[in-house]
Design a binder for this molecule. Structure first.
Ligand code: KG4
Ligand code: ZN
Length: 327
């Protein structure tokens, strides 16, 4: 089984081909960082136009990398939401056109499902159910992944996502865009105990996340401490919050076979290290996809497409693009 996957929901345009046996035959990606950098964040109109220009050449390049023709794929999977609606429409319409052209089924993939199932692409032994911390620029959730299409949400953020807080902190510290990797680099040279910062909802009986207060606190101390110390202290606060909330969710994650992390913030080594320790404390296996599979990419969309296709789940060509689409 060969699946072509397309991703265009934020600021990465991507095309990939994966097999049902977890082989990544091609994986192409075009970032738009230089186009958004002058604005310090993703500009939806610029993103949509860049997707239009980049997507078709990426599909052709991916097919060439894999030595395949479009007619060789068994289905076309495209992100159908959630995300910036202009970009989602570009990828979904392209996916529909390609699927229609060769008479193959369309699989409309929820971007979050792409992240949620991505650890099963890199780890063939990862079995359902597992507790997933999904941390990205737009989302911060704890999900019990029970099967394909079966996601029980145990917690979500009541304000900002963790990645958003990383990006805002980077902006406040003048570290540039995208912010997560820049904060992580700066934190390496800083003291994580130098700056007193809040840990919203730490040890709270309610399950959710909150990062708005932390973000505001960072804004208040900028200029009072070296940027490296602020970056390190901020990162330590985020890690404490993520670990505390995940520990709480573990108590409700009946039957979980592993603790799993996915999404862009899962690329952060402090986050990965702390989660790995938490998993070990609970006698659980810890699974984190390789870094390239954590941030947005099309291999995870192709893989989620493969899992859905194998389960008989395909979608009609009038499937709508959705800006909002909870899992
Ligand atoms: O999953 P993703 O590529 O896109 C969304 O679906 O949001 O996640 C992007 C987010 C951004 O907020 C980015 O700053 C953050 O992931 N990120 C990181 C790191 N790499 C990416 N945050 C912390 N440390 C990193 N190394
Ligand atoms: Zn994402």
């Amino acid at each position: 089984m060969l699946i072509l996957g397309l991703e265009s929901s934020c600021d990465e345009t991507a095309a990939a081909i994966v097999s049902g046996e977890r082989q990544v035959l091609a994986h192409r990606l075009a970032g738009q960082e230089s186009e958004h950098r002058p604005y310090g964040g993703v500009v939806p109109e610029i993103a949509a136009r860049a997707h239009v220009e980049a997507l078709e050449p990426l599909v052709e390049a991916a097919l060439a990398d894999a030595g395949l023709r479009l007619a060789d794929v068994d289905a076309v999977a495209a992100t159908a939401g959630p995300g910036l609606i202009g970009g989602v429409m570009v990828g979904l319409v392209t996916g529909k056109a390609l699927a229609h052209a060769v008479g193959k089924p369309l699989v409309a993939v929820n971007h979050l499902e792409g992240h949620a199932l991505s650890p099963r692409l890199s780890d063939p032994d990862l079995a359902f159910p597992y507790l997933l911390l999904l941390v990205s620029g737009g989302h911060c959730q704890l999900l019990l992944v029970e099967g394909v299409g079966r996601y029980r949400r145990l917690a979500t953020t009541i304000d900002d996502a963790a990645g958003e807080a990383f990006d805002k902190t980077a902006k406040l510290l003048g570290l540039g865009f995208p912010g997560g990797p820049a904060v992580e680099r700066a934190a390496l040279a800083g003291n994580p105990r130098a700056v007193p910062l809040p840990r919203p909802l730490l040890r709270s009986p309610e399950p959710h996340f909150s990062f708005a207060g932390l973000k505001a606190a960072v804004a208040r101390v900028v200029g009072d401490y070296p940027p490296e110390d602020i970056a390190a202290s901020f990162q330590a606060a985020v890690v404490d919050c993520l670990i505390d909330r995940t520990r709480r969710a573990l108590a409700r994650a009946e039957g979980a076979t592993a603790l799993v992390v996915a999404g862009g913030v899962a690329a952060n080594s402090a986050v990965r290290g702390a989660l790995s320790t938490l998993a070990a404390d609970h006698g659980l296996r810890f699974v984190a996809p390789p870094l390239w599979l954590c941030t947005d990419n099309a291999a995870m969309i192709a893989w989620a497409g493969a899992e859905r296709f194998a389960a008989g789940l395909t979608d009609p060509l009038d499937t709508p693009a959705r800006a909002r689409w909870p899992l």
